[in-house]
Design a protein around this ligand. Structure first.
Ligand SMILES: [Zn+2]
Length: 361
């Protein structure tokens, strides 16, 4: 148990949902009163009223399977482990730090999960519900205590208690000094050059233009000056993109692309980020790669690599080329065709850029 809780990987949060606001005194007893994982894959929780919950999801690694956990204020008295069945490997109740309670659900390897669609719903002042999976075979309920509604409940306030746990990779983008930085974003391809064509005819030039525009908006909101090499569906050769960037005083250059595999293999998915030279380029690539992986659970990490692409080789500032997924891959294409996912990817790229700017300057 302690090995599990002290593991540093545990602090890496792939996805998290923040819920509600009121906070209990730190040293109070656990706010978790009862929990049940029902036969339909729904987790129900009963807590003290107006508890501040934090829910997280982390993809499997070498040590553990996919995990979902919820942190509650108040200290758990008896840490314990409960054996799972069906898609559930194990359920652990622990004390991640003094004054806290953590309920961890670890899934078996083969379980299909879609954490980006998960929503924690507040049923009333002290009851919560989240659908985690759809059982393929019979699943036996696991739980402790009574999660149902008590007869004497508090006055209902449906609106304020219906909490949409927005799944964002991170709600907080780092701050940087206002009006200090300038970035060039290069949406790949355009016009008669659609770039990669994916499943169902999805076009790289459209996908990356959409993502680039959102990145521009998010960075602008942080006081970063952003220039796009193209703002619409025009054909722009590579050399004008580079000379445009080199004429500006931009701190960094980020080219956004989506991949296609040879033979359009649907089983090939993944994300990768290229730089051409310098530790700054490499550092920027690492920051972006880390963030885009977080919003693309299950999609392979193809790594940060050195690449000789024209636009990153010939720009004079630190430059990267990010491939946000395979339009020919089943998993990636299905996501990239959704506006919500493109938004998350844009968010992730923005976060990587801001982290770079705040550290390297
Ligand atoms: Zn491309």
């Amino acid at each position: 148990m302690s090995k599990f809780l002290n593991n540093k990987l545990f602090r890496y949060l792939a996805v998290f949902l923040f819920l509600n606001s009121a906070i209990l005194p730190v040293k109070s007893s656990s706010a978790l009163a009862a929990w049940a994982l029902k036969t339909n894959g729904v987790l129900e929780l009963r807590t003290k009223s107006n508890t501040n919950l934090k829910a997280y999801f982390q993809k499997a690694n070498q040590l553990y399977g996919d995990r979902f956990w919820v942190d509650f204020p108040g200290e758990l008295k008896n840490p314990r482990t409960i054996k799972g069945n069906g898609p559930i490997e194990e359920i652990r109740l622990g004390k991640p730090s003094d004054g806290k309670t953590r309920l961890v659900i670890e899934f078996k390897e083969e379980t299909y999960l879609a954490p980006l669609t998960w929503r924690m719903v507040g049923l009333d002042q002290n009851r919560w519900r989240i659908k985690l999976f759809t059982p393929k075979y019979a699943f036996k309920e696991i739980g402790e205590g009574f999660v149902g509604k008590r007869i004497t409940v508090f006055k209902k306030n449906q609106n304020s208690n219906y909490v949409r746990g927005k799944v964002n990779n991170n709600l907080q983008l780092p701050n940087v000094k206002q009006n200090k930085f300038s970035v060039v974003i290069d949406p790949g391809h355009g016009g008669p050059d659609p770039g990669a064509i994916g499943i169902g005819g999805i076009r790289e030039s459209d996908v990356v233009l959409d993502v680039s525009k959102i990145v521009k908006k998010l960075l602008s909101e942080k006081g970063v000056k952003v220039r796009l090499t193209r703002k619409n569906e025009i054909d722009l050769d590579l050399s004008p993109r580079v000379s445009f960037a080199n004429k500006t005083d931009a701190d960094i250059f980020v080219s956004i692309h989506a991949n296609a595999s040879r033979g359009k293999r649907r089983d090939i998915n993944g994300l990768e980020t290229f730089y051409f030279r310098g530790w700054k380029g490499r550092f920027l690539a690492k920051k972006i790669q880390k963030e885009i992986l977080r919003v693309s659970p299950g999609s392979p990490d193809r790594g940060v690599k050195q690449g000789r692409f024209y636009v990153i080789k010939n720009t004079k500032m630190p430059a990267v080329l990010v491939e946000i997924g395979f339009l020919t891959g089943r998993l990636d294409a299905r996501r990239l065709e959704k506006a919500a996912h493109r938004k998350r990817v844009a968010y992730a790229i923005t976060k990587g850029i801001l982290e770079y700017l705040s550290k390297v300057g």
